[in-house]
Structure formats: structure tokens, C-alpha cells
Design a protein around this ligand. Structure first.
Ligand SMILES: *Cc1c(COP(=O)(O)O)cnc(C)c1O
Length: 369
């Protein structure tokens, strides 16, 4: 058997190598000119007024929550179907993540469930554009609370009004881990409409330093959540090829739809509604109910294909059960989706032959050769 078809693989070429080499040779590896250059290029890419580069998507979410005023004892209404970071950052800020169930079609926060979860302690709503699909924002905005968007999986997505995810004014957080639509190795970006929020994030990512203060003078407490010039140079090179990478991901998604449509009771990612656009990040399918997911993953591995359960429900993770007393049955839509979902290999340079191989293996595994 040849090499496994991996779940994800970044596109890195001579441009990225050259960009990083230039920074290495410049002698200025951090706090240099690539940081604002990357921020400005990224902001303009998603039609945002401002952007702050940070060390990870998680760091960006934490700083964004602080910047909209979330603090001790507050509640943050959010989705239980997400990467654990979106809930962890609430706990890190000593707030309680209050989960609300998801929409069964888009898998994003159900606006009615979110509204029902609001109490007088709710300090913010944290929708997650999961698997790159944009959350329906208008009903959440009508709740009149601060919003922080987890857009870590949604670069390239568009809201129902056709505008780019990240350009709505609320802090929106992107991630640049190696499996995302673009990568800086590790890294993140917070886009925002309000300059005061950008200033607070810029200060808190850098030990609480004020922009007009001399080095080592600090007017608040802060972290080191900076992104290096090396990473920002990589990000600039990735932005240059982002359109091509997004188009390539869409091509792979189209091949998957062609190859998997018609498999009995296999649930495919929802197609775009109206002007909404998914920013393709992963290809997640839901296996027929009661089908053994672990056995499916093992069989796919024997056939040379990586896959994994994606995503587990956050409220049922050991820490969240122990700490907040969560149990099965609280969020039935999320739990049903989480129990049967697997991510298939999905990356821009995936060939038609590789997609066919995955589709054939899945058909075979599900007994429909
Ligand atoms: C990737 C991701 C993050 C942030 O991840 P980092 O590894 O910290 O960059 C946050 N939320 C979601 C939904 C993600 O997929």
C-alpha cells in the first residue's frame, strides 16, 4: 500500500520560502514591518476596517472576549458543536459558556435556541461558523448583545447579505493553523470595525503596552500573544494565493458531492442557501444513524485513507461534564450530529483520483459497492 491520503495538507511554495528567508536575513524577526503589512492586507481582504495579528485563533478569541467586556461571572451563549477553543476561552476569562443547540441543516448556532439561552448575566454571544458555513447573524444581532464571531474555519465565507465573513464590525477571529484555508504555522487574526477594540487587543497581545508609551511602560495587564514577522511574512505569501487555494478547495468539494451523492442515508454538507457562501474548510459527512463510526474509520485507514470523528460535542467532554455537570440529552441536535460525523481528506492539492479513491472506499465500507 502506498502513502495514506492525509486529512489535510498546506500549500507551501517558493514564494513562502522566499518571504520567510527575507525576514530571516533582515534581522528583524518580530515587532517589525510585516505585522502591520499582514494586518492591513488581511483586513482589506475581508472588507474589515481593522485587523490585529495574534499568536493563534484561540488567543484571538480570548482577547476579543475581553475587548467586548466579558469578565468574571458573565455568561457567553455559544455553540456546543465547535473546536473546544471557543468554549475554553470563556472559561479562561472566568465566564460560563452557556451552550445552545444548533440548526440541523447548517450546524451553526440556532438563533431561537440562542435567544432562549440569554439571561441577565449574558455578556456576549459567540457564534461559530462551523465547517466554514456562516451563522445566520441578523437574529443574533437583534438580541442587542456584544458578539464575537469564531470565524476560524470560515475564511472566504459570505453572510446572507452577500458580504464577507469578518467584515461585519463585530470582532471576528480567524485561525492560521496548518490545516486552515491559509496558514502561518500557528497564528490568528481578529478583524473588527471599532478602532478602540483593535487598540485594546494590540495592547493586551503585547503585555498591556500602550501604543504611544515607551517600551516597557505598561498601563494594563497583558499577555504575549504576538505573531512574529516570520509568521506574518508567511501569511502575506499565503494571502497572495488565497483565491487559488479557496477555488481548489471548492473544486474538491464539487468532486466529493459528485462521488458521494446517492449513497443511501449518508448526510452531505448542506449546500449554500441564498447568498450565503461556505468557505470550504473540511468535508464532513454524517454516517447513517447507528452505523459504527469507529469501525468505518478503521476500515478507511486499512484502505489508505485518513479520517477522524469531527467534531465531538464540547459539553460532553470530560472537563465540561465535570466542571459544569453536563449530560447526554441536553442538546440533541448537536449530539446526534457529533456522534455520526467524520471528516474526510480535504485539501487544495487533492487530485480527482484521490477523491475517487475516498468515495469508493466509503461506498465499500458502507456496503454499497
Ligand atoms: C482552528 C479553530 C480555532 C482556533 O485554533 P488555534 O489552533 O488556536 O489557531 C478556534 N475555533 C475553531 C472552530 C477552530 O476550528
Amino acid at each position: 500500500m502506498g502513502e495514506m491520503i492525509p486529512l489535510a495538507r498546506p500549500v507551501i511554495g517558493a514564494e513562502e520560502e522566499q518571504a520567510v528567508l527575507e525576514v530571516l536575513r533582515s534581522g528583524q524577526l518580530s515587532l517589525g514591518p510585516r505585522v502591520p503589512a499582514f494586518e492591513e492586507a488581511f483586513a482589506s481582504r475581508v472588507d474589515a476596517s481593522h485587523a490585529s495579528a495574534v499568536s493563534s485563533g484561540t488567543a484571538g478569541l480570548q482577547l476579543a472576549l475581553r475587548a467586548v467586556g466579558v469578565s468574571d461571572g458573565d455568561e457567553v451563549v455559544t455553540s456546543p458543536l465547535s473546536f473546544v477553543a471557543s468554549a475554553n476561552v470563556c472559561v479562561m476569562e472566568r465566564a460560563r459558556p452557556v451552550f445552545a443547540d444548533i440548526d440541523p441543516v447548517t450546524l451553526t448556532l440556532d438563533p431561537r435556541a440562542a435567544a432562549a439561552a440569554v439571561t441577565d448575566r449574558t455578556a456576549a454571544i459567540l457564534p461559530v461558523h462551523i465547517f466554514g458555513y456562516p451563522t445566520e447573524m441578523a437574529p443574533l444581532e437583534q438580541l442587542g448583545l456584544p458578539i464575537v464571531e469564531d470565524a476560524c474555519e470560515a475564511l472566504g465565507a459570505r453572510y446572507a447579505d452577500g458580504t464577507a465573513v469578518g467584515g461585519r464590525g463585530h470582532p471576528a477571529v480567524f485561525g492560521f493553523y496548518a490545516n486552515k484555508q491559509m496558514t502561518t504555522g500557528e497564528g490568528g487574526m481578529v478583524t473588527v470595525g471599532d478602532e478602540a477594540i483593535k487598540q485594546r487587543i494590540d495592547s493586551e497581545r503585547n503585555q498591556g503596552r500602550a501604543p504611544d508609551m515607551d517600551w516597557l511602560d505598561h498601563d494594563r495587564l497583558g499577555f504575549n500573544f504576538r505573531l512574529s514577522d516570520i509568521a506574518c511574512a508567511l501569511g502575506l505569501a499565503q494571502l497572495d494565493r488565497l483565491d487559488a487555494m479557496l477555488a481548489a478547495r471548492e473544486r474538491v468539494a464539487t468532486l466529493y458531492y459528485e462521488g458521494l451523492r446517492g449513497i443511501d442515508r449518508l448526510n452531505l454538507p448542506c449546500e449554500d442557501r441564498g447568498q450565503e457562501r461556505r468557505g470550504w474548510f473540511v468535508f464532513v459527512v454524517q454516517l447513517p444513524e447507528a452505523f459504527d463510526r469507529d469501525a468505518t474509520i478503521r476500515t478507511l485507514a486499512e484502505l489508505g485513507i485518513q479520517s477522524k470523528p469531527y467534531l465531538p460535542a464540547i459539553h460532553l467532554m470530560a472537563y465540561y461534564r465535570d466542571q459544569f455537570g453536563h449530560r447526554e440529552g441536553e442538546f440533541p441536535v448537536c449530539e446526534a450530529v457529533a456522534a455520526q460525523s467524520i471528516a474526510l481528506p480535504f485539501f487544495p492539492e487533492m487530485t480527482e483520483g484521490q477523491v475517487e479513491q475516498v468515495c469508493a472506499a466509503l461506498r465499500q465500507t458502507l456496503g454499497q459497492t
